[in-house]
Design a protein around this ligand. Structure first.
Ligand SMILES: C[C@@]1(CC(=O)O)c2cc3[nH]c(cc4nc(cc5[nH]c(cc(n2)[C@H]1CCC(=O)O)[C@@](C)(CC(=O)O)[C@@H]5CCC(=O)O)C(CC(=O)O)=C4CCC(=O)O)c(CCC(=O)O)c3CC(=O)O
Ligand SMILES: NC(=O)C1=CN([C@@H]2O[C@H](COP(=O)(O)OP(=O)(O)OC[C@H]3O[C@@H](n4cnc5c(N)ncnc54)[C@H](O)[C@@H]3O)[C@@H](O)[C@H]2O)C=CC1
Length: 230
């Protein structure tokens, strides 16, 4: 199977998780990270899910899945994660009929999408998948990236957004704006953050953007890859 990667906007959208075991809990927690409204349907549930229900973070229906649940819940997507292949297949059929996006935890290939292994640093989101070949290996690879991309990447990505918003306001010429943004992406800003030189860099760059954007490209080039003061 060749998959197409996307970043789904699930904020405020309804997601149903069928099955409240450890797998249902992991899927629920990923959905909550994306601010979806989650309903879990399961006669039994893990301690973690029961706690989320008690806190009001999810809706819990303590019963088996019933025909029509997906439509009743107005689900945008569903995770079929029970321990019973026939229940998961039934949920899959209903999802197909109702046009609801399906993840099949026990049989990846039958669903519309797989859940990747994920690394988040604020708005930086790395999603990694082996397309079902070896989920545990996907987790191992993401752990390697976890040590490569530290917490400074959250600040870095916030700055990219700050600079880009300001550039859109200040620089009308799209070609020049694009060149500057590409130069900025070549700067080793994470290194500046790690070594305590970021605040001075940020101040200088934003000031120049405000008064003489033309002088910026020279400055940015000096920081390219090396992260060193000129
Ligand atoms: C196809 C997919 C469908 C989907 O769930 O979307 C799927 C399917 C199955 N997983 C199974 C087993 C395991 N899954 C994990 C872990 C994760 N599984 C995840 C995703 C996916 N799992 C999708 C493919 C993603 C990809 O390939 O990239 C992760 C990445 C995301 C998440 O679930 O949140 C999460 C790591 C999160 C993290 O920490 O980063 C572990 C490791 C462990 O538990 O320690 C094991 C045990 C070891 C092993 O079996 O490899 C089984 C067999 C069950 C059986 O034996 O019967 C099936 C069924 C089948 O093979 O079809
Ligand atoms: N995709 C993934 O990442 C992984 C998938 N799996 C697959 O996912 C399945 C679930 O894994 P676990 O959570 O460990 O299983 P589990 O057996 O601990 O939990 C299954 C849950 O489904 C509920 N359930 C059973 N019948 C139901 C019904 N008719 N309606 C609603 N809920 C029902 C049970 O009450 C239980 O809470 C496994 O059987 C396996 O095939 C297993 C490991 C990882």
């Amino acid at each position: 199977m060749t998959y197409y990667p996307v970043m789904l906007n699930l904020q405020g959208k309804k997601a149903v998780v069928v099955g409240g075991g450890p797998v249902g809990e992991r899927k629920t927690s990923g959905l909550l990270d994306a601010r979806a409204k989650v309903t879990v349907i399961s006669p039994e549930a893990t301690e973690g899910l029961r706690q989320l229900a008690a806190e009001g973070a999810i809706r819990m229906l303590n019963r088996e899945y019933r025909p029509g649940d997906l439509q009743e819940e107005e689900a945008f997507l569903v995770m079929a994660a029970t321990g019973s292949p026939s229940v998961n297949r039934f949920v899959a059929e209903e999802a197909r009929e109702a046009g609801v996006l399906l993840n099949a935890a026990d049989d990846g290939g039958t669903g519309d999408f797989l859940v990747p292994s994920v690394l988040r640093r604020g708005r930086l989101l790395v999603a990694l998948s082996t397309s079902g070949a070896g989920p545990a290996a996907a987790r191992k690879l993401i752990r390697e990236l976890d040590s490569r991309y530290g917490p400074e990447y959250e600040t870095y990505v916030d700055f990219l957004a700050e600079f880009r918003t300001a550039a859109k306001k200040r620089i009308e010429d799209q070609g020049m704006r694009g060149r500057l943004l590409r130069s900025l992406s070549e700067c080793d800003i994470p290194e500046l953050i790690r070594t305590g030189r970021f605040l001075a860099f940020r101040e200088e760059v934003l000031e120049r953007l405000g008064c003489s954007p033309g002088s910026l490209s020279g400055i940015l080039e000096k920081y390219a890859d090396k992260g060193e003061r000129p």
